[in-house]
Design a protein around this ligand. Structure first.
Ligand code: HEM
Length: 149
C-alpha cells in the first residue's frame, strides 16, 4: 500500500514537472514574426514609413541627401525591407545597402539621426519602445554597408 502511494506520488510529481517545463518553454519561445505582428503587419509598417519619410525630409541633419530621391519608391522599398527584417512575409526587392548608398558619404551621425527619426515615427504610431528597439536592432547590422565616411 505504502509503495503504491510513493510510486503514485512520484508519477504525479514527474507529470507536474513536465507540465511546468512545457509551459515555461512555450512562454520563452516567441514567434519568428513577433516583431512584424507587433508593428501592425504590412499595414502598420507602411503607416510608420509614411510618417517616417516626412520626418526625415524635415531633418536638416540628413534631408539634403534626399533632394533628388524618388520618395514614392523609397517608401515602397523601406516598407518591404522593414517587413522582411521584422519577420514578415515580404521579400525586399531593392538594391543592396552598399549599392543603394554608394557615393553618398553617409556618416555614423547621419545613420543615427535616421534611426532616431524612425523611432519618432514608431512612437507616433504607439509602438512600445520594447518593439521599436527590436526593429532598430535588426537594422543595426546595415550600418557598416551604409556608412562610408
Ligand atoms: C537604418 C538605416 C538605413 C536604411 C535601413 C536604409 C534603407 C534604404 C533603402 C531600402 C533604400 C532603397 C534602395 C532602392 O531604391 O533600391 C535606400 C535608399 C536611399 N537611402 Fe537609405 N537607408 C538607411 C540610412 C540612410 C542614411 C543615413 C541616408 C543619408 C543620410 C540614406 C540615404 C538614402 C538615399 C538618398 C536613398 C535613395 C537613393 C536613390 O535615390 O537611389 N539612407 N535606403
Amino acid at each position: 500500500m505504502r509503495t503504491h502511494f510513493i510510486r503514485r506520488s512520484y508519477y504525479l510529481l514527474t507529470l507536474l514537472a513536465a507540465c511546468v517545463c512545457i509551459s515555461t518553454s512555450a512562454v520563452a519561445q516567441t514567434a519568428p514574426d513577433a516583431v512584424y505582428q507587433d508593428l501592425g503587419g504590412k499595414t502598420g509598417i507602411s503607416k510608420i514609413v509614411g510618417d517616417f519619410l516626412p520626418i526625415v525630409l524635415a531633418d536638416t541633419r540628413i534631408n539634403a541627401a534626399f533632394k533628388d530621391t524618388d520618395m514614392e519608391r523609397l517608401a515602397l522599398m523601406l516598407t518591404e525591407q522593414f517587413c522582411e527584417v521584422s519577420g514578415g512575409p515580404c521579400k525586399y526587392s531593392g538594391k543592396n545597402m552598399t549599392e543603394a548608398h554608394k557615393g553618398m558619404n553617409v556618416t555614423n551621425a547621419q545613420f543615427n539621426a535616421l534611426a532616431e527619426d524612425l523611432q519618432i515615427a514608431m512612437e507616433k504610431n504607439n509602438i512600445p519602445s520594447s518593439v521599436s528597439n527590436k526593429l532598430v536592432a535588426k537594422l543595426a547590422p546595415m550600418q557598416r554597408p551604409i556608412v562610408s565616411k
